[in-house]
Design a binder for this molecule. Structure first.
Ligand code: PLP
Length: 460
C-alpha cells in the first residue's frame, strides 16, 4: 500500500460562508470592469435596466465592489448535500505519464446534477423565490445547467422551463428525463415557442442550435412574462461569484496537501467553473503573493479565447440581451455540434476575457479526439469517466505534466474536474468506434459573424 496521500477532504463546517469577488483586486491591478450596454440604445445599462430579467439581490451582486458576499443560510443548507467537494491527487495518472509533476484535481461531479452548476443554480433559485418570482426560463447546452436549475427550482417551489440546445437534446435524451423528474418542462432549441426560435427555424430549418440561440429564447420568454425571470448558468459576474466556493475550498485543500500550484487549468465555456477555481488563487497573484500560471482550455471547434476578437458583442444570437465586452466569435456564429455542448458558446465572461487580454491568463484549444483520448486515459487510471467539457482541462493538465517531464522538473498542476460524463455515453461510443469527426473551425463563418458585431468599441 502506498503511503502517498491522494484525497483531501474538508469537514462539513469548512464550507465557505461567503463568496469571493475578484473585481476589487482587478480594479487595484488597473482592470476596471466595463459596463454592459443596452441592445436598444447601446448606452451603459444600470441595475434598473436588468430588472425585467433578474431579482434585485442578484443585480446588486452583479455590480458589487465588495470582496466578500455572505452566503445565505438556506443556500448553505443545500450546499451541504454535496459540499465540501473532494480534492484528489491523481497519482495513478502521474505514474502512467511517468512524470515528475504532481497533479491535483478538484472534483465537482459529486453534486446531484453531476457538475459545478448547482453551486449557482441554488442561490439563483433562492433569490428569485425571495423576490416573489413564480417561474424561471433558462437555456441548457450540455444539460448540466438545466438539470441543476430544475433541481434548484423544485427545491424552492418554482416552475422551470428549459430551452435545450437541439444538438444536446438529441445526443442526451436522459438529461431531458433528469430535468423532467424535477418537474421542469424541456423543449429543443430553436423552438417554435418564441419569436427568436421561429425566426431561426425559418432561416435554417435544420439548425442544430447553439447556446446563443437558446439564451435568446429564454431571455425573450422571461422578458415577455411578468411572473418569470431568466437564469443564466455562466458568463455573468454573479454566476462566477457563486462558483468561488470551488477555489476557496481548493485553497484550504492544497494547504492540507502542503502544496502551492504552479499552474491552474480549467475548461472554459462561459468561464464559470474555471473562474470558480482560479479567481481566489488569481487574487494572490494580482496582489504579488504568488506567481502561478493560469491556463484556460477550450474546443478547437469554438475557440473563443484563442481565435476570437476582444470586442463588445451581444450575449445571445437574436441580439435581444445585453451587449458585453468579451472575447467573441460573433453572436451569430454557430459552432459545429461537438460533444462538449457546454463549451459551444460564442463568447466568454467579461472578467475572464479581460484577464486573458491583459496577459494574466493563457488559453489553448483542443480537438474532440484529443480530449477524448485524454478522457479515456484519465478514466482508466483514476476511475472517473469525465464529461467532455472538463476533458479539455484534463488534456491541458496532461500536456503540462508531459512538458514537466521533458524539462525534468517537478511541477504542481491543479485542474478542475467540473463534471462527470455519465450522461455522455453516446459521445464515448462515437469516440471508441472512430465516429467522431475532427471538426475544423471555419474561419469564414467567424469572419461572417464578426462582420455583424455592434458598432461600439472597447475603450483602450
Ligand atoms: C460539465 C460542464 N463543464 C463546463 C461547462 C462550461 O461552462 P463554464 O465555462 O461556465 O463552466 C458546462 C456548461 O454547460 C458544463 O456542463
Amino acid at each position: 500500500m502506498s503511503d502517498v496521500r491522494t484525497r483531501f477532504d474538508l469537514q462539513p463546517d469548512q464550507i465557505p460562508t461567503a463568496w469571493f469577488n475578484l473585481v476589487p483586486d482587478m480594479v487595484k491591478a488597473g482592470m476596471q470592469p466595463l459596463p454592459p450596454l443596452s441592445p436598444q440604445t447601446k448606452e451603459p445599462m444600470g441595475p434598473a435596466d436588468l430588472a425585467p430579467l433578474f431579482p434585485e439581490s442578484l443585480i446588486m451582486q452583479e455590480v458589487s465592489a465588495e470582496p466578500w458576499i455572505d452566503i445565505p443560510g438556506e443556500v448553505i443548507d443545500i450546499y451541504r448535500l454535496w459540499r465540501p467537494s473532494p480534492l484528489f491527487r491523481a497519482t495513478r495518472l502521474e505514474q502512467a505519464l511517468e512524470t515528475p509533476a504532481r497533479i491535483y484535481f478538484k472534483y465537482e461531479g459529486v453534486s446531484p446534477a453531476g457538475s459545478h452548476k448547482p453551486n449557482t443554480a441554488v442561490p439563483q433559485a433562492f433569490y428569485n423565490q425571495q423576490a416573489g418570482i413564480r417561474r424561471i426560463a433558462t437555456e441548457t447546452g450540455a444539460g448540466q445547467w438545466g438539470s441543476s436549475m430544475a433541481m434548484a427550482c423544485s427545491m424552492f417551489g418554482l416552475e422551470c422551463d428549459v430551452y435545450m440546445v437541439k444538438a444536446s437534446y438529441e445526443q442526451k435524451p436522459y438529461r431531458r428525463v433528469f430535468m423532467e423528474t424535477f418537474g421542469a418542462s424541456v423543449v429543443a432549441s430553436p423552438s417554435d415557442k418564441t419569436n427568436s426560435g421561429r425566426a431561426i427555424l425559418e432561416a435554417q430549418p435544420d439548425s442544430t442550435g447553439s447556446l446563443g440561440i437558446a439564451i435568446s429564447e429564454a431571455v425573450e420568454d422571461a422578458a415577455t412574462h411578468e411572473d418569470t425571470n431568466y437564469a443564466l448558468g455562466s458568463v455573468l459576474g454573479h454566476v462566477l461569484l457563486h462558483q468561488s466556493v470551488i477555489g476557496l475550498e481548493a485553497q484550504q485543500q492544497m494547504e492540507m496537501a502542503g502544496e502551492r500550484p504552479d499552474v491552474i487549468v480549467g475548461c472554459v465555456g462561459g468561464g464559470s467553473n474555471y473562474a470558480g477555481l482560479a479567481y481566489p488563487f488569481m487574487a494572490d497573484k494580482l496582489r504579488g503573493d504568488a506567481s502561478m500560471r493560469f491556463l484556460a482550455a477550450e474546443p478547437a471547434a469554438c475557440p473563443t479565447l484563442t481565435k476570437g476578437r476582444y470586442a463588445y458583442d451581444y450575449g445571445d444570437t437574436a441580439a435581444i440581451g445585453p451587449i458585453v465586452p468579451m472575447y467573441t466569435l460573433g453572436h451569430d456564429f454557430v459552432p459545429a455540434p461537438v460533444h462538449a455542448g457546454g463549451l459551444r458558446y460564442h463568447g466568454d465572461s467579461p472578467s475572464l476575457s479581460m484577464l486573458v487580454h491583459e496577459g494574466h491568463m493563457d488559453a489553448v484549444a483542443y480537438t474532440q479526439n484529443q480530449i477524448f483520448e485524454a478522457a479515456v486515459l484519465f478514466a482508466k487510471t483514476q476511475g472517473i469517466i469525465p464529461a467532455p467539457e472538463p476533458s479539455h482541462a484534463i488534456k491541458g493538465a496532461i500536456d503540462e505534466a508531459l512538458a514537466a517531464k521533458e524539462a525534468g522538473e517537478e511541477r504542481v498542476i491543479l485542474f478542475n474536474l467540473c463534471g462527470h460524463g455519465h450522461f455522455d455515453m453516446q459521445a464515448y461510443d462515437d469516440y471508441l468506434n472512430g465516429r467522431l469527426p475532427e471538426v475544423e473551425f471555419a474561419e469564414a463563418d467567424e469572419d461572417a459573424a464578426l462582420a455583424n458585431l455592434p458598432e461600439v468599441s472597447i475603450p483602450v
